[in-house]
Design a protein around this ligand. Sequence first.
Ligand SMILES: C=CC1=C(C)c2cc3[nH]c(cc4nc(cc5[nH]c(cc1n2)c(C)c5CCC(=O)O)C(CCC(=O)O)=C4C)c(C)c3C=C
Ligand SMILES: [Fe+2]
Ligand SMILES: [Fe+2]
Length: 369
Amino acid sequence: MSPLPLPEIAPDTQAAPKAARARRIAVVLFNLGGPDRLEAVRPFLYNLFRDPAIIGLPAPFRQLVAHLISSRRDKVAQGIYQTLGGGSPLLPNTLAQARALEQQLWDAGTVRVFVSMRYWHPFSDAVAHDVKDWEPDEVVLLPLYPQFSTTTTASSLKDWQRAAKAAGLTAPSRSICCYPDEPGFVAAVAKLIRAGLEDAAPHGKPRVLFSAHGLPEKVVKGGDPYQFQCERTAQAVVKSLRIEKLDWVSCYQSRVGPMKWIGPSTDEEIRRAGQDRVPVVVVPIAFVSEHSETLVEIEHEYRHLAKAVGVPHFVRVPTVGVEPAFILGLAGLVRQALIRTSGGPVMCGTGLRLCPAGKAGCPQPASGA
Ligand SMILES: C=CC1=C(C)c2cc3[nH]c(cc4nc(cc5[nH]c(cc1n2)c(C)c5CCC(=O)O)C(CCC(=O)O)=C4C)c(C)c3C=C
Ligand SMILES: [Fe+2]
Ligand SMILES: [Fe+2]
């Protein structure tokens, strides 16, 4: 007996479903960068001052001016970084934030958080190659500047777009432009201030100095929304503190060069507190991790000034760093960016209308606030 013919098996017309690959999301954090050793101070300064977002001169003059300023400021700046053990802690602190954010986004897909710096390593060119090699499906660009400025946010994002193009990174990207009153950020700052107020209270009724990095006045007059957004942050934090008759003021630190910068300056406010004999609680609101501006300028220079002008007690409030509420807030911004399907590539982090209409760089229309 011949064996029964085997039934012909029809070829599978529906391809077996491939194991679904989790969406790969690259998040890129941006910050200014800082020299990692004393010999890096001068080239770091040169990179900063040759940025057209910082010095608005045409090409050959800008490089010349950058060369002159970086040579002249080298010694002073080296002294600052010497106090920090020879280099800036900005990169290690930002990497810690990257790891914390990665953990917070464990359920959003396969997420990897990269760090890109504007004026010192790791530069956007190298990071764009790393991101490309990782083969993401989407990229979320998240500047670690809560308040938008043409000198920081716009400069970083513009440089990233150039580097991404040069690296052949074609995955779609979404940018977060600002988050001055994002609730997690505000809650983290408020929590740290409460501890500072407790420390200062035995010395009198404290005054809170919300100190942000300054900007030349002409940048703000040209439409930069940074100062407007710094004030928004301060107001949001004060509101969340719910302290009756809190004594507070916004002020600006880190002035460099001969131009007029926005005010009041933090040192003016420290002198006023000395005249009024009130303790001060200095809160950095435009920096989200520690570096020279907080650990040297606030901790050493302003503390010293406060003592000299008769301020009865001085408290430096730490930056938000890896405070859980802040990291949760950043994760929320990334999730918001990922679910957004329309409206262009750039968004205000809070989804609120926070930036004055038609102002340079920020796409959000006026809030009327
Ligand atoms: C909110 C953040 C910042 C704004 C806005 C900003 C504008 C700005 N900065 C300079 C010049 C310098 N900045 C320097 C250091 C520095 N600046 C920021 C942030 C902002 N800058 C950070 C985080 C740091 C610290 C870097 C580190 O230590 O890791 C310096 C170098 C230090 C020094 O020499 O004092 C300079 C110079 C300008 C001119 C400017 C706007 C036009
Ligand atoms: Fe700066
Ligand atoms: Fe914005």
